[in-house]
Ligand binder design. Sequence first.
Ligand code: RTP
Ligand code: MG
Length: 139
Amino acid sequence: MTQRTLVLLKPDAVRRGLVGEIIRRIEAKGYTLAALDLRTATPELLAAHYAEHEGKPFYEPLVEFMLSGPVVAMVLEGERCIEGFRSVAGATDPTVAAPGTVRGDLGRDWGLKVQQNLVHGSDSLESAEREIGIWFPNL
Ligand code: RTP
Ligand code: MG
């Protein structure tokens, strides 16, 4: 089933010069870029994007981190790319993410700052459509 998914390369990925490496892995996997944009998030955008996490202990530091520099927002297209990109990304915590994944190979352990895990990928069909609407309303 061909799907679309919203992927963010977080500020740590941009700061560390890993944009090319991560896009290389996405393209090598066979996913197509349907949209790609370097931009600085806003509190409003992030409140919508992370609505499901509002109130959790990591919410405020996560939003602050996501505002700390530009992100690369993209829409990927491909066969089962929602699940597929999350498998390319690896587990949320870079320390336990499997080798071969973006977070496992390139992620650093910054102590309690689990939010600095390089990438975001939509986790379901519903969240993909919702998040694409937030980041690329004209797509
Ligand atoms: P993502 O949404 O970024 O693709 O990551 P995910 O599904 O693997 O993780 P999720 O549970 O949706 O959490 C969203 C982001 O919040 C940060 N986080 N920090 N305990 C913590 O400090 C903690 N837990 C989650 C991470 O940046 C995670 O990617
Ligand atoms: Mg998530």
